[in-house]
Design a protein around this ligand. Structure first.
Ligand SMILES: Cc1cc2nc3c(=O)[nH]c(=O)nc-3n(C[C@H](O)[C@H](O)[C@H](O)COP(=O)(O)OP(=O)(O)OC[C@H]3O[C@@H](n4cnc5c(N)ncnc54)[C@H](O)[C@@H]3O)c2cc1C
Ligand code: SF4
Ligand code: SF4
Length: 426
């Protein structure tokens, strides 16, 4: 998003002036002068994690690549935590998707193919409506009652408390609006710029959610149900001696206690407290922040393939499941308004929206794809990190897109997890 130099953080230790910027190559300087949006030079003071490596602040020059990131609520939590505690990916605008639950790819495939006799390759589209997982294939529709899918819900999802991606710049979902529309919750100043800009330039059509049915009530109900059910599950796990640290920290107003506790904690501790307990969401934040690139994924499970730097604890800091102090994180976000709704979090407006272009075959109103297209076409962002189909049918993979035409292939929902935070690193 557009970032003016006045908003750039200049730490007091080293103060390169704009004259120092001028010493960069002419190509880069030219782009700098014509578009502060495309390349934004700024000085990054690394967060507490980086400080721990050398026991002194690490200052570095970085070409910030402005990015739009799409993710389910846990991925947005990972992004916010990484931005604040590690200092990475600060110039990323986030579009969060509503999410009640998610499924393991291999279990979903077994259910659909073995129990319902539908080949994944033959499915044109998945949807969830009125308590059913719907498989559209050829001229047929196969309905699977959601209750039958529950044994295949990822176990990390059963302790997730966020339905509407409360920490995103903009949240988008299906519930609340009629078929062919998406529900759009505008939360931050960046989010408002994106949605208002896309509407003004004719990428999306919007109206107040009060003008459509069923409206906001159902979003609040689903948020409340998810939170209550999953808090109860977290308590059951705790009674069995399984730790759920993101729940213990969820009301913390400050990061201090966690940052102190996290000192010296490396991948082994992450494995012990998050991965082995089934809390890992497979977001990829641990891999994305690793300075020596030793975290890889084996069937959605993070594994260590080398030796850490001494004292480095960035993976532990970035992980959304080692701690998730929501009030502390909210203080770091540039929300567009002050009100906070108990069920929906902070927001300024809720809209019904849909893409204007009929080329976008979105899951609902195609708003996410249209917002991304607007951001790329206007240079508001340089790249998009989202999801596309992987090698196997309906297996999500990270997509890094720089051209709005390529976005058309990423529209629609794939009901499984992709390790998309890793994509931010590329
Ligand atoms: C696992 C999952 C569960 C969901 N559950 C609900 C729910 O319970 N209730 C509800 O109202 N909405 C839910 N959604 C959101 C809904 O399916 C739509 O994504 C949303 O309404 C946006 O629709 P659209 O037409 O505006 O987006 P589109 O224009 O179709 O764009 C969708 C965007 O999401 C990206 N995407 C697709 N799959 C994934 C994925 N697995 N992870 C990250 N990004 C992805 C695409 O690449 C694309 O950029 C869920 C989405 C996911 C991924
Ligand atoms: S943990 Fe599961 S339910 Fe929660 S946001 Fe992530 S995918 Fe959705
Ligand atoms: S262990 Fe890594 S992939 Fe798993 S939730 Fe934590 S940061 Fe995400």
């Amino acid at each position: 998003m557009a970032i003016a130099f006045s908003s750039v953080r200049i730490p007091s230790l080293a103060v390169p002036s704009l004259a120092a910027l001028e010493s960069f190559s002419s190509t880069i300087r030219g782009r700098l002068h014509t578009s502060l949006v495309m390349i934004d030079f700024h000085l990054i003071e690394k967060g507490p994690g980086k400080k721990l490596i050398n026991e002194k602040p690490l200052l570095e020059w970085r070409i910030a690549m402005t990015t739009a990131f799409v993710g389910v609520p846990c991925q947005i939590q990972a992004l916010r935590k990484t931005q604040e505690l590690v200092g990475d990916f600060k110039d990323t605008v986030s579009i969060g998707l509503f999410c009640r639950e998610n499924w393991s790819f291999s279990c979903m495939r077994a259910l659909v193919e073995d129990d319902y006799g539908v080949k994944m390759e033959s499915i044109d589209r998945f949807d969830i409506k009125k308590g059913k997982l719907k498989l559209f294939h050829g001229d047929s529709v196969t309905d699977i009652p959601l209750a039958k899918t529950h044994p295949y819900v990822r176990i990390n999802c059963q302790i997730c408390l966020d339905f509407s991606a409360e920490l995103a710049d903009v949240s988008v979902g299906a519930v609340g609006t009629p078929k062919g529309w998406s529900t759009v919750i505008v939360r931050t100043k960046k989010g408002a710029e994106l949605v208002d800009g896309a509407a003004a330039k004719g990428y999306i059509e919007v109206k107040d959610i009060g003008e459509v049915k069923p409206g906001v009530g159902i979003i609040k109900r689903l948020s409340k149900e998810k939170r209550e059910e999953n808090l109860a599950e977290a308590r059951r796990r705790e009674e069995k001696g399984i730790k759920v640290p993101h729940i213990y920290s969820m009301n913390d107003e400050s990061f201090d206690a966690f940052v102190e506790y996290a000192k010296g904690k490396q991948f082994a501790e992450l494995e012990y407290i998050v991965i082995d307990t089934g809390a890992c969401v497979s977001c990829g934040a641990c891999a994305a922040v690793c300075p020596v690139d030793i975290i890889k994924f084996d069937d959605y499970r993070p594994v260590k393939v080398g030796e850490e730097k001494e004292g480095c604890n960035l993976c532990y800091l970035a992980c959304p499941r080692t701690a998730m102090p929501i009030p502390a994180i909210e203080k770091t976000i540039d929300f567009a308004g002050d009100d906070r709704d108990e069920q929906l979090g902070r927001y300024v407006k809720i809209l019904a929206g849909r893409a204007v272009s009929d080329k976008i075959e979105g899951q609902d109103g195609g708003v996410v794809t249209a917002l991304l297209a607007y951001a790329l076409d206007t240079g508001e962002v340089e790249r998009v990190v989202t999801v596309k189909q992987g090698e196997r049918a309906w297996e999500p993979d990270t997509a890094i897109v720089r051209d709005s035409k390529e976005l058309l292939d990423t529209a629609g929902t794939i009901y499984s997890m992709a390790v998309t935070m890793e994509g931010l690193r590329e």
